[in-house]
Design a protein around this ligand. Sequence first.
Ligand SMILES: Nc1ncnc2c1ncn2[C@@H]1O[C@H](COP(=O)(O)OP(=O)(O)OP(=O)(O)O)[C@@H](O)[C@H]1O
Ligand SMILES: [Mg+2]
Length: 358
Amino acid sequence: MSHGHIARGAAHDLRVEGTGVENESGRVLLDVQDLSVEFRTGGGVLEALSGVNLTVRQGEVVAVVGESGSGKSVTALGVMGLLGNGRVSSGRIMWDDYTDLATARPKNFRAIRGNDIAMIFQDPMTSLDPLYTVGNQLSEALRLHRRMRRREARAEAIDLLGMVGIPDPGSKVDAYPHQMSGGQRQRVMIAIALACSPRLLIADEPTTALDVTVEAQVLSLLRDLQRDKNVSLMLITHDMGVVAEMADRVVVFYAGRVAEQGTVDDILQNPRHPYTQALLRAIPRPSTPRDEPMPAIAGNVPALHEMPAGCRFADRCPLVHDRCVEQPPHVAISSEHSTACWLATDDRSSAVLEGSPA
Ligand SMILES: Nc1ncnc2c1ncn2[C@@H]1O[C@H](COP(=O)(O)OP(=O)(O)OP(=O)(O)O)[C@@H](O)[C@H]1O
Ligand SMILES: [Mg+2]
């Protein structure tokens, strides 16, 4: 490891010690504030995210959940500056208190993404280059981000492959992606993400393509890395079992907005948004065969071009009432727990968070 890496690691440790509190109120690394993202398409401008707020603190695991199309990947890609034909139309993406990634100059942005923030993509096959060995791809990252020389980078690549549990890393370093199993490719993706020793790792459904045993291994690998290296993890998943196992806090997306967020206990034991409650009811039992479809929530997520003006869950909500034609504000249930539902505003113990309804 380079000296720079060691020094940076030490500085983090000091900061965490200095606060005296770890995960509950550690320092905020990523602070997404009121983020909206639009895509220009042939059919006009579509708003994929609308007023999203979320934070990730040092060393914690934040799970991001929600149905397909709810904006989980767009949030991650926004943080990574990889929105393609999309753009941030409002809001801020504060990194470590001082850089707004939504407006940062490309040069500053590149220094952060790759060095401080790394992402494991939803589909490892599309993000590994089939023409290069995994060793080449790891070395490339090490030479770029840690300025290693060729020989040093190869040795570190082998170390990293071993660290993520690839058997016989000394020979696998020369394999091409198609010569590896799906689980091994996913581990290579994790190794590449770790090559830059990030402070935040964003993992977008890192295990969907894997079978149950390998899934458990990859998740426990991510958890070990998070604990041992105090890396923050933003884990995108639609699997509430994974949430229960891994997360410190949970952010529930619905149709491009945050419906509810809180600690893992808040969300699993005391969900306040009818959507979260429905998601939890839809968890397959352990006895359910894997290929059986999840007991789905009736109805569909509204399409981007026909979002209702009020609560976006209203037409599927079992508790829908008159007020839901207006957009519900975010209501604080506790300092960590908030939900965007009119029902929570009736509760005297909760307070509407400042700002306009979002
Ligand atoms: N490049 C794009 N151009 C137009 N629309 C897009 C683009 N990328 C995403 N979207 C739209 O933005 C919305 C959110 O997509 P996103 O990929 O974030 O969903 P997701 O929550 O990650 O879903 P999944 O669980 O299926 O991965 C979807 O309606 C999607 O169609
Ligand atoms: Mg996605």
